[in-house]
Design a binder for this molecule. Structure first.
Ligand code: PEP
Ligand code: MG
Length: 558
């Protein structure tokens, strides 16, 4: 069987699928032969009994009764018969039949008038989850994965991905999400092949061969397909070896225009990939990942140590650290923020930092103190107005004064902003007067300009950074930045896109910040281009009306 989705992290991976638990567990309806499904069901039932009996020994007296009642339920012939006949008659998977039968029990309990009996529905829900978990071999935590699996899930949050044991994952297949979801970005920086927005069904144990570039997934492929995929994997490996030769080589066009090629990172562990891929610095450190998967925010000292280590490792090369950009798809539970209808339009980025000033100040203090160890630049996310920028700069000034009063040393630091709202791009002439640099965040700039949710797989085809409206905002930003004497970079995913790079070079972008894995291919491409030809190309692009036309023109170049 062949499934398709959007390839978001290139590479070939082959291995067993592990379907992960989700809040709404994704259960596959398709089953194997009924005899096999019934055997699986009986195994899961036996395992559940064992688990409950072991648990019984460990709990207090009053809970023991509940567990005993659950064991009795598992022995109820009604449950056994109904699940077995469900599997036989509908040819469905055991987990699907279990869910059907137990849901009918749950509805029955919930409809009872007796409060005590009503509450028993919770025990049935619990039991249902246990059985399904046993059936699918679900793993609730990504840090206890079996070896060499391809993770299959409805969706993964960035915090899920961050806690994952990276060594054990061969690939990702997600039924939801788009190219610029943070999970996709993370997969790319770890160089783990990934396909998102997939439709179809996959079961734990299926053998998958995935192509993270084309987005094609072969489920239980034949020998011939496996051989073809192996060949393709070999070709990718050879290309990697070829790219190695570009390490230490200057990033400049054929006619000698130099640009800066730097990396995006989300954690200190990513430094390994920065060094391996010969990045000339760091153009975006997404610090919010430091704040995830824990119960409290990291204090000043903890943050200081991380920033210091990154700066020391980069040994004088530029390091742009973005202040906390929480919100959107990046949630932090301990901040206890109310759920929002439109999180990407809500209390996120600089808005949150200006509201939670203690959090913001702690980060700024840690950053400034670490600045003596290297070439630090501070960047604020999600700026949409001059007032926000001035407020943030005001707080930074206060922090500087506090540190001076305390006699704590700090260095000269450039301060910049992300241009990721259309508003910021349109008033970039005004904003440029207050900062030392801009970095264009096309991931958000595209979603806000086109009103297309970057996570929604149903509208992936509308999410287009080549749309003339987005390109026009990018060009405006670069022009306004340069007119005011500041440098302009880009740290959205578009900066590493081989079709976008010629356009950005032509527009005069100074710094390209991308996934470490894109650095060497980008250097190779830039070294093959010439400025006067690119300028002619840009004139043509300005006359085009759709993203497709722009891409077609670029493709015609090669
Ligand atoms: C962007 O929006 O382009 C960006 C780099 O920020 P993030 O992807 O973290 O929102
Ligand atoms: Mg952004």
């Amino acid at each position: 069987m062949i499934l398709e989705g959007t390839g978001v992290s290139s590479g070939i991976s082959m291995g067993k699928a592990l379907v992960l638990e989700d809040e709404n567990i994704a259960i596959s309806k398709r089953g194997r032969e009924p005899v096999e499904e019934i055997a699986r069901f009986k195994d899961a039932l036996g395992l559940a009994k064992e688990q409950l009996n072991t648990l019984k020994e460990k709990v207090a007296e009053e809970q023991r009764g509940i567990l005993e009642a659950q064991v009795m339920m598992l022995e109820d012939p009604l449950l056994l018969n109904q699940v077995e006949s469900g599997i036989r008659e509908q040819s469905v998977s055991a987990e699907f039949a279990v869910e059907q039968v137990m849901d009918s029990f749950i509805t029955l309990f919930e409809g009872m008038t007796d409060e005590y009996m009503k509450e028993r529905s919770l025990d049935v829900i619990d039991l249902k989850k246990r059985l399904i978990k046993n059936l699918i071999g679900l793993v609730s935590s990504l840090n206890i994965l079996p070896d060499d699996v391809i993770i299959v899930a409805d969706d993964l949050t960035p915090s899920h991905t961050a806690e994952m044991d990276r060594e054990k994952v061969l690939g990702f297949v997600l039924f939801r999400g788009g190219k610029t979801s943070h999970t996709a970005i993370m997969a790319r920086s770890l160089q783990i092949p990934a396909v998102v927005g997939v439709s179809g069904e996959i079961m734990t144990g299926d053998f998958l061969a995935i192509d993270g570039a084309s987005g094609v997934i072969y489920v239980n492929p034949d020998e011939e397909t496996i051989e073809i995929m192996k060949e393709r994997r070999k070709a990718i490996q050879e290309r990697k070896l070829h790219l190695e030769k570009l390490k230490g080589v200057s990033t400049e066009t054929l006619d000698g225009k130099r640009v800066e090629l730097v990396a995006n990172i989300g954690s200190i562990e990513d430094l390994e990939y920065v060094v391996k891929n010969d990045a000339e610095g760091i153009g975006l450190f997404r610090t919010e990942f430091l704040f995830m998967n824990r119960d409290t925010a990291p204090d000043e000292e903890e943050q200081y140590k991380v920033y210091k280590e990154i700066l020391k490792t980069m040994a004088g090369k530029p390091v742009v650290v973005r202040t906390l950009d929480i919100g959107g798809d990046k949630d932090i539970s301990y901040l206890d923020l109310p759920k929002e209808m439109n999180p990407f339009l809500g209390y996120r980025g600089i808005r949150l930092c200006l509201g939670e000033t203690d959090l913001f100040k702690t980060q700024l203090r840690a950053l400034l103190r670490s600045s003596i160890y290297g070439n630090l630049k501070i960047m604020y996310p999600m700026i949409a107005s001059l007032t926000e920028l001035q407020k943030a700069n005001g707080i930074l000034k206060e922090v500087r004064e506090e540190l001076s009063l305390q006699g704590l040393p700090f260095g000269e630091v450039e301060v910049g902003i992300m241009i990721e709202t259309p508003a910021a791009a349109l008033i970039s002439d005004v904003l440029a007067r207050e900062v030392d640099f801009f970095s264009i965040g096309t991931n958000d700039l595209t979603q806000y300009t086109l009103a297309v949710d970057r996570l929604n797989e149903r509208i992936t085809s509308l999410y287009d950074s080549f749309h003339p409206a987005v390109l026009s905002l990018v060009e405006t930003t670069i022009k306004n930045g340069h007119a005011n004497g500041i440098w302009v970079g880009m740290c959205g995913e578009a900066a590493g896109d081989r079709r976008m790079i010629p356009i950005l070079l032509a527009m005069g972008l100074d710094e390209f910040s991308m996934n470490p894995s894109d650095i060497l291919p980008a250097r190779e491409l830039i070294r093959s281009l010439k400025r006067d030809e690119l300028e002619k190309l840009l004139v043509k692009i300005r006359g085009l009306s759709t993203g497709e036309e722009v891409r077609k023109l670029i493709d015609g170049l090669h």
